[in-house]
Structure formats: C-alpha cells, structure tokens
Design a protein around this ligand. Structure first.
Ligand SMILES: C[S@@+](CC[C@H](N)C(=O)[O-])C[C@H]1O[C@@H](n2cnc3c(N)ncnc32)[C@H](O)[C@@H]1O
Length: 251
C-alpha cells in the first residue's frame, strides 16, 4: 500500500545556523545564571531575537512572500515551470497550485546542509500532501548544468538556492542557464540573499530588463544584514505566460 502523507513538512533552511544560534543563547544564559554574571542577559536576549527572526523567515516569512509574489501574477494555468534548487518543495507546491493544467519541474542536488531532511522523497511527499503530485516532476541536477533544451519553460523560479553556489562565476552560470531555458515571453523570479545585485547585473548583460526589490523584515535571516530580495525579469517575446513580473524593472 502506498504511503499517503497527511501533512507537509518543509524543513529548516541552513539548519546548522539556527542550531549554533540556539547554542549561543544557552551559553549566554548558562553564564548569566551559573556564573552569577547578569551582564550576559542582554547578549542572550539579542541572540534569542536573532534566532527568532531566522526561524520566522524559514518557517513563515518565505511562504508569505512567495504567496504574495505568485498571487500577483496572471497565471494562464497551463504553464511549464522550473524550480531551481527546489529542496523539499515549499515553492514548488505553491507554484503547482497555480498551474492546474501545467507542470512544475523541481531540480536539486539535495544538500541537507542547505535544508534539513532534504531529498526527492521529502519533496514528493510534500507534493502529495499538497494534492499536486500529478503535476510535479523531480530531478537530480545542478543548476549550473541544466539538462533541458533552450526555451523549455514559461516560468523559472528559484527560492533561497543560488547563493549556495560559492563562486561568482558559478552563480553567473546558474543565471545564464536559467535564462537559456526560459521561453521568449517567459518570466524569471529569484528570491535570495546576498547576491541579488549580481543576478540583476548578470541578467542585464544578457539583455534583460531585470528588476530588484527588498522583501521586508519577514525575510530577515537573523537581522537586516541578511535581508532577502526579489529579482525578476521577463524575456522579450510574446507576453502573457505567468502574468506580469511583480516588481518594476529598471531599479
Ligand atoms: C535553502 S534551500 C531552499 C530550498 C527551497 N527552494 C525552499 O525555498 O524551500 C537551498 C536548496 O538549494 C539546493 N542547491 C544548492 N546548490 C545547488 C546547485 N548547485 N544546484 C541545484 N540545487 C542546489 C540545496 O540542495 C537546497 O535544496
């Protein structure tokens, strides 16, 4: 009998980071209590706030932001979508709900350092729990070497994934690949930390009028020093697939 998961579990992003933060909180509290050093309480409180912001971004903020982004688009319903670094499928399943007659392909290298419990099985279970398994395909692939023909997808999305590529050249290659597999008129949406400006610049060198905007405190991964941005670009050509980009290009 096949296993039917009842509830989706999307894991925690970069799980080592909140673990170290939690250990830091415990250490500060321990010194304050057992070392009779009340001067450590403010450090414990600040670290706890940083931890709370990180967990909020991973468990709630990411979902709220993507729901807003996806709702702002005029979906036709039969789009072919690619999710770069889909992980356990948080965005994959939300996009699949937008394309009842379409298909969403998620590719990943399934790093559990980047997301707890990562793997194609977890993503497949979550797609089943969301009732979208029939229109989801999962594939092991590196976003720097996409195994798809040029112009294969109407929409390409990527959430919190491209920054995991360590080198500037590698991230540029991922952007080039995302642009290559996008159809004329298609839409690219990237939500990420740290390197959003690099993605925008790279897209502009490819001829795209790429826009970029911040996504607010709900996606602060610990504080404003680790904020998240949306980069969006539409490829020239017949528009209408995936609606309009949710940020004004040209910033
Ligand atoms: C922080 S997780 C985000 C997962 C998912 N997009 C989400 O928002 O929940 C980053 C994902 O990027 C994947 N990843 C990292 N480098 C990759 C690469 N070069 N190619 C494909 N996926 C990659 C990781 O395995 C991980 O699943």
């Amino acid at each position: 009998m096949s296993r039917i998961p009842r509830k989706a579990h999307y894991g925690i992003d970069a799980p080592l980071v909140p673990l170290l933060m939690a250990l830091g909180v415990l250490l500060c509290v321990g010194i304050a209590v057992f070392g009779h050093a009340p001067a450590w309480w403010p450090s414990a409180a600040i670290l706890a706030a940083v931890l709370a912001l990180f967990l909020h971004a991973s468990l709630r903020g990411k979902f709220v932001a993507w729901r807003r982004i996806l709702r702002a688009l005029a979906w036709r319903g039969d789009e072919q979508v690619l999710d770069l670094g889909c992980g356990r499928g948080a965005v994959l399943t939300m996009v699949a709900a937008c394309v009842p007659r379409g298909r969403v392909t998620g590719i990943d290298i399934w790093s559990s350092k980047d997301q707890s419990g990562n793997g194609p099985r977890a993503a497949a279970d979550n797609a089943a729990a969301a009732g979208v398994a029939g229109r989801v395909a999962l594939q092991t692939a590196d976003m720097r070497e996409l195994p798809f023909a040029d112009a294969s997808f109407d929409v390409v999305v990527s959430s919190m994934a491209i920054h995991n590529i360590g080198s500037t050249a590698g991230r540029d290659t991922a952007i080039d690949q995302a642009w290559r597999v996008l159809r004329p008129g298609g839409l690219l949406l990237i939500v990420d930390i740290q390197h959003a400006r690099q993605y925008q610049v790279r897209l502009r060198t490819l001829g795209a009028a790429a826009g970029r905007r911040g996504l607010g405190w709900g996606l602060w991964w610990g504080g404003p020093w680790m904020s998240t941005q949306l980069v969006s670009a539409r490829k020239a050509g017949d528009p209408g697939l995936g609606g309009q980009p949710p940020s004004a290009p040209g910033r």
